[in-house]
Design a protein around this ligand. Structure first.
Ligand code: ACO
Length: 323
């Protein structure tokens, strides 16, 4: 059978770093509070002239280089983002133009922090059915643009960045020893919208809006929902949680990461955590963490990875893959 194999990974973080101490100069907060409650020490912020597509292009270039592919070979681009350059066109078509990719398929996926997992599953539908030979799946966010800087409960949590993977078809035997995307579980519950949303939009008030969140409620749902989805994705792939080499979660809060790992019986040494340096970069956080794990030599080809995320919607989901 044809499997969708991740053949290259790349990440990009904008230059400017905002530490907790930097924020404490204009927000009523402290480094101690932020580190204790979230594990976050700093976040990156895009320059005023950098849009989501600019971050995406940088990450995509690195992923293509790692895969040994050129923009001319890309026939599908999916960008997971909740902070697009423009209301339309899709960031994916802007990335296509900036990279110089030929005419192909390009569109965005909007599932907030779960966007990258949703986008991977969407790409699998193209690649595993023979409809794409070289796909770029990108998570790219400028979350700092959605912050209400007077709301200390949210503005300390988010950062900007992008991560990308190249996905190509590969022959598999149809069992869990195959390289590629092996199993998924995607979920959404629209009744929980009020827990996490942006209070602006094209067809409501015509504003960009600000991110609003009932943090403690989101926290409660996160650990339970994510654990269920991770277990379901592992089952879908035909693997057991103890078989997993690396757990690469959406990086929202170190306490959520620890809570999920403990509920799943996963040793914390198997968790890739970048939340301290990157904060929550929404749809970009999983591919950024994956890129970091590969760059520092921990995550290697052939290993079994479990990715998961939860975000606004509420949406959540997980993916089991062999690199
Ligand atoms: N600095 C100092 N004090 C603060 C800050 C801050 N930055 N933020 C909140 N506080 C205060 C509150 O005002 C409150 O004070 P009070 O008791 O005097 O009223 C107190 O801290 C406790 O507030 P809580 O909101 O109950 O604090 P909690 O322990 O729940 O931590 C946090 C807040 C960190 C937001 C936590 O709830 C959380 O991480 N939730 C999950 C959020 C998340 O992961 N969101 C992203 C997932 S989806 C996505 O990525 C888009």
């Amino acid at each position: 059978m044809i499997r969708s194999v991740v053949t290259g990974v790349g990440g990009y973080l904008p230059e400017e770093i905002l530490t907790n101490a930097d924020l404490a100069r204009f927000v009523d907060t402290s480094d101690e509070w932020i580190r204790e409650r979230t594990g976050i020490r700093q976040r990156h912020r895009a320059a005023p002239d950098q849009a989501a597509s600019d971050l995406a292009v940088e990450a995509a270039r690195k992923a293509l280089e790692a895969a040994g592919r050129s923009p001319a070979e890309v026939d599908l681009i999916i960008v997971a983002t909740t902070t697009p350059d423009l209301t339309f066109p899709a960031v994916a078509t802007i990335v296509q133009r900036k990279l110089g990719c030929p005419v192909g398929v390009a569109f965005d996926v909007q599932a907030v922090c779960s966007g990258f997992v949703y986008a991977l599953s969407t790409a699998d539908g193209f690649v595993a059915r023979g409809r794409s030979k070289c796909a770029l799946v990108i998570g790219a966010e400028t979350m700092t643009r959605l912050m209400d800087w007077s709301d200390r409960g949210t503005c300390v949590l988010f950062g900007d960045g992008a991560g990308a993977v190249v996905i190509e078809p590969g022959e598999g035997r149809g069992d869990a020893s195959d390289r590629g995307l092996l199993g998924f579980a995607l979920r959404a519950d629209g009744t929980k919208q009020d827990l996490l949303y942006v209070d602006g939009g094209v067809s409501t008030n015509g504003q960009i809006g600000h991110l609003r969140m009932q943090g403690n409620q989101v926290f409660k749902h996160a650990v339970i929902n994510i654990s269920e989805a991770v277990t379901a994705a592992a089952e879908d792939a035909g693997v057991g949680i103890p078989d997993v080499d690396w757990f690469i979660p959406h990086q929202a809060n170190q306490r959520i990461l620890n809570g999920v790992a403990s509920r799943l019986g996963l040793d914390e040494s198997k968790v890739i955590s970048t939340v301290a340096e990157h904060a929550n970069t929404s749809a970009a956080s999983i591919p950024l963490a994956l890129a970091q794990g590969i760059a520092d030599g921990r995550v290697r080809r052939g290993q079994l990875l479990l990715l998961e995320a939860m975000g606004g919607g509420l949406t959540w989901g997980a993916c089991a893959l062999r690199l």
